[in-house]
Design a protein around this ligand. Structure first.
Ligand code: CA
Length: 347
């Protein structure tokens, strides 16, 4: 494996790093075996992983390990700290009662693992938005009682998006506790996934980014960030493409306002680009490519872009070398790898 530079002048904090308890994968397998879901994205994604013994064997060991094995992998790639979170779709695929109970149990287990290695791990809790009141309550418990640093939500829940007022309690809880929601990708719901699935586009290749960026734009255009102006919703994978579109978003927001093109949509207080810069920090998960990271830094802000590896899906020392060797000043690299995460997750 490639040698990683030691003591580069910053800590490497990886902010979107996945785990999966054996219990959850067992329940996923049961859903598949007993046809407990007809969600096309889940069937494609987890049908593949759980049906592919070789790929799953390697992944499963890394998914389950929240101790020495994970730390050895971090050491091998120069990662000082992981912010660990439950892999997609997490508990959001289960029914409301089961999802709520599992979130509580998984968060307890995760916080225990963090407390055993507080120098190497921080974590985000999981919640079941299919039970909004229970999810808001669990978010609060995860942060105030368990010391977790926020929560992960895997994009849509049963085809529903966080701009729906039924989810406001969750957003209000995150805002008032001053913790971020990491909006991690999931496969698109049935009404959106058809044209993707026909051509194998529904997953990490591109569909995740389409689904998650649409979700973020729905939140912006619905006025969610006017209602919750301090809310921070983190987007991985170079902001799921949104930074690339800023000038176009603002242009068409203005055109639509002049022409009153969509009278049913609320009038926003700010430009779309301002919500993206102010409410949506981005990470480099799965995007070890200097042009993307530097572009995000340029248009979103040097204080708003964080490092992530996307372990164990992408676990490659060469990718760390790519970001280590970005042609930017050391002080900016330190913001990228370390201090932005320390500030945004309040580590
Ligand atoms: Ca991920």
């Amino acid at each position: 494996m490639t040698e990683i530079r030691k003591n580069p002048g910053y800590l490497r904090i990886a902010t979107e790093e996945a785990y999966a308890p054996a219990e959850m994968l067992r329940l996923y397998r049961k859903l598949l075996d007993e046809k407990g879901t007809d969600d096309p994205g889940f069937l494609s994604q987890w049908g593949y992983f759980l049906g592919n013994a070789d790929r799953m064997k390697v992944l499963a060991e890394r998914f389950h390990n929240l101790g020495a094995g994970r730390i050895a992998d971090m050491d091998a790639t120069g990662i000082d700290r992981q912010i660990v979170s439950l892999t997609s779709p997490g508990v959001q695929i289960f029914n409301s009662v089961e999802g709520t109970a599992l979130a509580i149990s998984f968060n307890d287990q995760l916080s225990e693992a963090v407390h055993k290695n507080p120098d190497r791990f921080s974590a985000l809790g999981c919640i079941a938005p299919q039970n909004p009141a229970g999810a808001a309550k669990e978010l609060e418990r995860a942060v105030t009682k368990l010391g977790l640093k926020g929560v992960i939500i895997n994009s849509n829940t049963n085809g529903e998006y966080l701009d729906d007022p039924k989810f406001y309690d969750i957003l209000a809880a995150a805002e008032s506790l001053n913790v971020p929601i990491y909006l991690h990708p999931a496969t698109a719901p049935r009404r959106m996934i058809g044209p993707m699935i026909e051509k194998g586009l529904e997953g990490a290749f591109y569909g995740f980014a389409v689904e998650t960026s649409v979700h973020l734009l729905r939140m912006i255009m619905s006025g969610v960030f006017d209602r919750f102006p301090k809310l921070q919703v983190i987007a991985g994978h170079g902001g799921e493409g949104l930074p690339f579109w800023l000038c176009r978003f603002d242009l068409f927001q203005k055109n639509y306002a002049i022409n009153n093109r969509f009278p049913h949509m609320p009038k926003l207080q700010r430009k779309v680009s301002e919500y993206i810069k102010g409410n949506i920090p981005v990470t480099s998960s799965g995007m070890a490519w200097a042009p993307v990271i530097q572009f995000c830094q340029q248009v979103i802000g040097i204080d708003r872009v964080m490092y992530a590896m996307d372990y164990p899906y992408q676990f490659d020392a060469n990718e760390v070398v790519v970001t280590d060797e970005m042609d930017i000043p050391l002080e900016d690299k330190k913001k990228f790898y370390q201090t932005n995460a320390e500030r945004i997750f309040r580590l």
